[in-house]
Design a protein around this ligand. Structure first.
Ligand code: CU
Length: 241
């Protein structure tokens, strides 16, 4: 915990100059409003200060829906989050975090003319591509992640970001475990683990889902610290270190 606090403080110290220099004249919308919005959701983070990594998938469904997984984000005030974003869809998509008002303004501007974001609060990805956004959430409140490519927001590509006042202990609590078996083909991993406080489960051996990148980094017999959650009703390893 002490370590985490130190890291966060260090990251904040590092991020301040970058933020101060981060005024961007992107030539659309009201720059002043955009800047205020950026300050409301927080500021660009630094890799060294990352306290949590969240995997975000963008894709379309067979019935024409476009979506992000997860569909909502819960973050504690002060956290520096690295969003590992993957476009598993057939179309180009983007991941933008802002206030709902900021997103609405950008969406309107994008509907009026062809443009691409390249701000630190967004990443735009071709089909099959992966990218990241590192962000420090300095303010509590409700914000939004969205894809502002015309028509995509309306097709479902948006979700709420709740930034809580308190450090969400249960959300960042890692459980220790030993990997018993890795089934890369099925995307499953068997872990002999300690108590999973958030899921209200005692220590035992269980099978979890994990994404391909995570599975790749796992080997049988490996000692890990991990976070598990229910994703679409299935127990899934969401973070590992
Ligand atoms: Cu999209």
């Amino acid at each position: 915990m002490k370590n985490l606090l130190l890291t966060t403080t260090f990251a904040m110290a590092l991020s301040v100059p970058a933020f101060a220099a981060g005024t961007h004249g992107d030539g659309h919308g009201d720059d002043k409003a955009a800047e205020q919005a950026a300050m409301m959701i927080g500021m660009p983070g630094d890799q060294a200060g990352v306290t949590r990594t969240i995997e975000v998938t963008m894709r379309e469904t067979d019935d024409g829906e476009m979506l992000f997984e997860p569909r909502s984000l819960d973050i504690a005030k002060g956290e520096t989050v690295r969003f590992d974003v993957v476009n598993k869809g057939a179309l180009e998509h983007e991941f933008v975090i802002d206030t709902m008002m900021g997103n609405a303004e950008h969406k309107k501007a994008m509907a009026e003319m062809e443009m691409e974001h390249d701000d630190p609060n967004s990443v735009r990805l071709d089909t099959g591509a992966a990218g990241e956004v590192i962000w420090t959430f300095t303010n509590a409140g409700t914000f939004e992640f969205a894809c502002l490519i015309p028509g995509h927001y309306e097709s479902g590509m948006h979700g709420p970001i709740s930034v809580g006042e308190q450090m969400a202990q249960a959300d960042v609590e890692y459980t220790t475990g030993t990997i018993k078996k890795v089934d890369a083909k099925a995307g499953k991993v068997t872990i002999i683990h300690g108590p999973l406080v958030k899921l209200d489960m005692p220590a035992m051996t269980m099978v979890f889902r994990a994404d391909a990148a995570m599975i790749d980094s796992m080997s049988e017999g490996q000692e890990i610290e991990f976070v598990a959650d229910r994703v679409e009703g299935k127990l899934t390893v969401t973070e590992i270190k």
